[in-house]
Design a protein around this ligand. Structure first.
Ligand code: AMP
Ligand code: GLY
Length: 430
């Protein structure tokens, strides 16, 4: 069969890598892809947001299955458009994509179906919000309602910071339309963890867990990023907690989808706060996490095509989903300056020195011709903030971690930065 993967980051490389192991797959296309994806798939020069172009491509190239990686095309309704064009597509439709594209939509849903989450109130008027500053005390959690590339949440420690954030969101409109509505939440404390689930209209099937590291620096210091690394399985989830999550969150979520006619088919990514009162939902995303996908899919033993097909046919309950007992650690190598401004086009060296059983998922890389006075050669260069995800497996977390970092040290590019504590088990976080 012919498969099209939409997106061009580390998550999409992990999806392409897993698809390439399936005997059912003849040809993989990826739009737009990157330099690493190009080794496993044919990259197509179309942006992930070019819904019309992607639908036309899928028809012209007889795509049997399209898999959508990022949230923006999902929110634009790419799944509805693909299906209207007769293309089988893995991912939620536009209506269900509101679960990530609107924080207020998700809060309504959670409250209506009695799923544990932080108390909240939504505002569309700046003055009303300014008058309500500190409504749930401090820190004050302020969230731009719409998609803001992971940057739309402000945790304001003081009244002054909160007023500044309100002014930026609703006055200066730094998040554009995404900040026309602002959700204010009670601040939750506890340990954060993410749970990814395959979902169709009848079944919600949690994947193996993964722990993300959101801050840029070791020991969770510095600003938030898209994610600087993951390890899987997460040690936060023991059997009792898994059972509590199933009963209080997963089952009511599936029942809620059914009651509200949300025919969700794809991946539901649940951001959780494990508080002293039990697990609470912080957010829903409607796609694989990045870099959660890198360490979770590295441990998937079953054929991912069978799972994707089963979800699109509402037969997830019958699909075989088997996981390796091995532990995985993924260390993200990022550009100097990220998550602030950074330079692109830095040559990456040492990729050929990486062990064969270590997977280097490419996130922001491109192929470029580099010429000096005498000659030209082809090189892999950086093209984004997060550049590579070095993923290693081991019988224990420590083995996986050691192997990952041993290989990280063989790769270099100017300004390269990474966290040294990915997969280092901190007892205060369990
Ligand atoms: P979100 O995009 O909603 O996941 O929020 C981004 C990050 O902000 C989360 O990963 C948490 O670290 C933090 N956060 C969001 N909501 C809350 C909350 N109600 N209480 C405490 N921290 C939160
Ligand atoms: N790693 C967090 C995310 O994908 O949203």
């Amino acid at each position: 069969m012919n498969v099209l993967v939409v997106g061009g980051g580390g998550r999409e490389h992990a999806i392409v890598w897993k698809l390439s192991q399936s005997p059912k797959v003849d040809k993989i296309y990826c739009a737009p892809g990157n330099a690493g994806i190009a080794l496993d798939a044919e990259c197509v020069n179309l942006k992930a947001e070019d819904v019309e172009g992607l639908c036309a491509f899928a028809k012209d190239y007889q795509i049997d299955l399209a898999v959508i990686g990022p949230e923006v095309p999902l929110a634009m309704g790419i799944v509805d458009e693909m299906e209207a064009a007769g293309i089988r597509t893995f991912g939620p439709n536009k209506k269900c994509s509101q679960l990530e594209a609107s924080k207020a939509f998700t809060k309504h849903f959670l409250e209506k179906h009695d799923i544990p989450t932080a108390r909240y109130k939504e505002f569309t008027d700046k003055q009303e919000l300014l008058d309500a500053v500190g409504i749930f005390g401090y820190p004050m959690v302020l969230k731009a309602d719409g998609l803001a590339a992971g940057k739309g949440v402000v945790i304001a420690e003081t009244e002054e910071d909160a007023k500044k954030a309100i002014e930026e969101m609703m006055g200066d409109r730094v998040f554009g339309n995404a900040g026309d509505k602002v959700v204010v939440e009670e601040f939750l404390t506890g340990v954060e963890a993410s749970m990814l689930c395959f979902v169709d209209e009848n079944t919600i099937a949690p994947m193996e867990s993964a722990q993300d590291y959101k801050r840029i620096f070791d020991e969770d210091k510095g600003p938030n990023t898209g994610g600087m690394g993951t390890y899987s399985p997460s040690l936060v989830f023991d059997d009792a907690l898994q059972e509590q999550i199933r009963e209080q969150i997963l089952e009511p979520t599936l029942k809620g989808f059914q009651a509200d006619d949300l025919d969700f088919k794809g991946v539901l990514f649940i951001g959780l706060m494990i508080s002293k009162d039990g697990p609470k939902v912080i957010e829903f995303n409607n796609r694989f996490g990045d870099p959660e996908a890198q360490s979770v899919l590295a441990r998937l033993d079953s054929d991912i095509v069978d799972i994707f097909m089963a979800v699109t046919e509402n037969k997830l309950a019958d699909a075989e989903i088997k996981w390796s007992d091995k532990k995985a650690v993924c260390v993200v190598l990022a550009s100097g300056g990220y998550p602030g401004s950074y330079e692109k086009g830095k040559e990456i060296t040492g990729l050929e020195k990486v062990d064969e059983d270590v997977i280097v998922f490419h996130a922001g890389t491109a192929n470029e011709h580099i010429c000096d006075a005498n000659s030209c050669r082809s090189a892999v260069v950086t093209s984004s903030g997060r550049v590579l995800g070095v993923t290693a497996m081991g019988d224990t977390h420590d083995q996986a971690r050691e192997k990952a970092f041993d290989n990280v040290k063989r790769i270099s590019f100017e300004g390269m930065q990474y966290r040294n504590d990915i997969g280092l088990i901190r007892s205060d976080l369990i």
